[in-house]
Design a protein around this ligand. Structure first.
Ligand code: 13P
Length: 249
């Protein structure tokens, strides 16, 4: 399975930041990557980012509303992201779950909205520091998968991202053994839930992925790519992570 490297720009980026995407495009044209590449800029940049990417990589949104349209001031539907040229959308990021009170059920509804609009959802899960300290990480992730991954998920249109909340933006990561254990656990849960489809669902690791640690993380079994925050803002760092992605047979 080809690995997938996703950049989540979060609430960073004005027009001039598109220069990073042009750098990325030129580098990927010159040296076609062994991984699929997706960049999720702020919604205001999506249409311009699609033009800048020029099919060298994909562009996605960072969130969507579950409904296709309606009286939801400030929200953006999956259909609108699609209309702007997006091919994917992150749903259930911990910053949405915690800062905007999104429940597992809301995340599942957003994943279904993504499919309705023909977008690929990147469904995020992950435990807090207190949950890990309390020995609950595996259970929390099991609960999140049960609640936020719809049972009709198919492998070709579904990506999972495991992001331990305490590793996001902190420079701290779980050990490689802990990442491998969690990804194997997620694969087993997906198999119980989705049957044969589960083997083809890409499971990304996210949380302080940098050029310096990407190689060892991306080499782990059941790690099918990375969801990258801060290090995706600079093309040179993001490219180094893309380079670290290994092709899987
Ligand atoms: P950092 O890579 O900055 O830790 O962010 C991870 C993340 O939240 C990506 O969605």
């Amino acid at each position: 399975m080809r690995q997938l490297i996703v950049g989540n720009w979060k609430m960073h980026g004005l027009g001039p930041a598109l220069a990073e995407l042009l750098t990325l495009r030129h580098a990927l044209y010159a040296r076609p990557p062994l991984a699929d590449v997706l960049v999720c800029p702020p919604a205001t940049l999506i249409a311009r980012a699609v033009a800048a990417a020029s099919n060298a990589f994909s562009i996605g949104g960072q969130d969507c509303h579950a409904e296709p349209s309606g009286a939801f001031t400030g929200d953006i539907s999956a259909e609108m992201l699609k209309d702007a040229g997006a091919g994917a959308v992150i749903v259930g990021h911990s910053e949405r779950r915690h800062d905007h009170g999104e429940s597992d059920a809301m995340v599942a509804a957003k994943a279904r909205a993504a499919w309705r609009a023909r977008l690929m959802p990147v469904i995020c899960i992950g435990e807090t520091e207190a949950e890990r300290a309390g020995g609950e990480a595996l259970d929390v992730v099991a609960r999140q998968i049960a609640g936020s991954v719809p049972e009709e998920a198919v492998a070709s249109a579904t990506v999972l991202a495991y992001e331990p909340v305490w590793a996001i933006g902190t420079g701290r990561t779980p050990t490689t053994a802990e990442i491998a254990q969690m990804h194997a656990h997620i694969r087993a849960l997906l198999t119980a839930r989705l049957g044969g489809e589960a083997g083809g669902v890409r499971i990304l690791y996210g949380g302080s992925v940098k050029p310096g640690n990407a190689g060892e993380i991306l080499a782990l079994p059941d790690v099918d790519g990375a969801l990258v925050g801060g290090a995706s803002l600079k093309a040179s760092d993001f490219l180094a992570i893309i380079e670290a992605a290994a092709a899987r047979s």
